[in-house]
Design a protein around this ligand. Structure first.
Ligand code: 2RA
Length: 353
């Protein structure tokens, strides 16, 4: 019989994108889809492939009969409920940070390490953080050919990485500035926002985001690093299977609603050329290469948002580093960065059931 798929967090920001992905997939291997959310959202109806499904409240019984349960919920909810789903016989695919670095939980990007899907002693598979994920298809493909040794990245992360409150805040800040004279607004953003009733304390960001960039995402960790920067390091090592990969990341929030970008400086064991990298990117089905700066062609979040592939451009041989490529990557942080990758893992599992 066809497998049963559950979506936990069906009414959240990523859950909503997941429903859209389910509704637009050409193949649909599932016999039943079960939508699960907090008791507050239970009873709500959501249309999935032409059927109005009623959201059920999260409970142990909600997982009975479920083969695969996708979790798009905060860390503490996943930490409690993914093991319960696994106990009830489901394979949990978790998009939170609760299990990503656990040695007995694989961290999977299908086009890089699909083999890890079968290595899940706890019945839990983790989905990487969107920032790491946005560059994994490109780095995985290059690593297979040239052997990655060092990685220096700067991120340009969208407001929606901070969830619905991040999206709401950016739009509210844009609205507060609308109609202001550009010169005044640019210099006095904080005062203009405060005068419009947007308190800095209520923002998910530590500084105004509109007309600004903020060199901070996540929480403070040792020695001045942010949690987001450490995730890039630890998750890249685990996904690529290079425990001693040298990584240094600086994570920056930019006034983009959705789609994370990364500037990548990747050093390999072997000499690399732009031509070879172009060929590798062109052969990778989940990458779109847009790299013609003479014609003004390179990826930007505005071109990429809402799409499934990762976009790569600005591929350059680093002038002073013979084994190093510099390039720019954009990926929709809510799709491949979150919902889509989780769903692709579920599809891989469905083939194996
Ligand atoms: C962010 N990567 O962009 C995080 C979300 N998990 O804030």
């Amino acid at each position: 019989t066809a497998p049963v798929l559950a979506l936990v967090g069906a009414t959240g920001a990523v859950g909503t994108v997941m429903i859209d992905i389910m509704n637009t997939r050409s193949d649909f291997p599932w016999g039943e889809v079960r939508l699960i959310a907090s008791p507050r959202s239970a009873g709500k109806k959501i249309n999935v492939r032409g059927q109005d499904l009623t959201v059920v409240a999260l409970s142990p019984e909600a997982f009975d009969g479920v083969d695969i349960a996708m979790f798009d919920v905060p860390d503490e909810v996943s930490a409690q409920w993914a093991p319960i789903a696994a106990e009830r016989g489901a394979i949990a695919i978790d998009n939170s940070g609760a299990f990503r670095m656990d040695a007995d939980v694989p961290l999977v990007v299908p086009e890089v390490n699909a083999d890890q899907i079968d290595n899940r002693p706890r019945g839990i598979i983790a989905n990487p953080n969107c920032t790491t994920l946005s560059m994994m298809a490109s780095l995985g493909a290059l690593h297979r050919e040239f052997e990655l040794k060092e990685l220096v990245v700067a991120s340009y992360q969208a407001a929606s990485g901070a969830g619905q409150s991040g999206i709401d805040r950016l739009y509210a800040e844009i609205a507060a500035l609308a109609g202001k004279e550009a010169g005044v607004a640019a210099g006095d953003v904080a005062q203009v926002l405060a005068a419009a009733g947007l308190s800095a304390d209520d923002s998910p960001f530590p500084a105004p985001l509109v007309l600004n960039v903020v060199p901070w995402a996540g929480s403070l960790k040792d020695a001045g690093w942010s949690s987001e920067e450490l995730k890039v390091r630890n998750e890249a090592r685990k996904i690529l299977g290079i425990p001693d990969l040298k990584v240094s990341a600086t994570c920056v929030r930019v006034p983009v609603v959705t789609t994370h970008s990364l500037s990548v400086h990747a050093t390999f064991a072997r000499e690399v050329t732009v031509e070879a990298a172009h060929k590798i990117f062109e052969e990778q089905p989940t990458i779109v290469l847009i790299d013609d700066p003479a014609a003004g062609k390179f990826p930007t979040p505005a071109d990429v948002v809402g799409g499934d592939p990762t976009y790569v451009g600005r591929v350059r041989q680093a002038l002073d580093f013979p084994n190093t490529l510099d390039f720019f990557v954009c990926g929709d942080n809510l799709r491949k960065g979150a919902a889509l990758n989780t769903y692709e893992v579920a599809e891989e599992l469905a083939k194996r059931l």
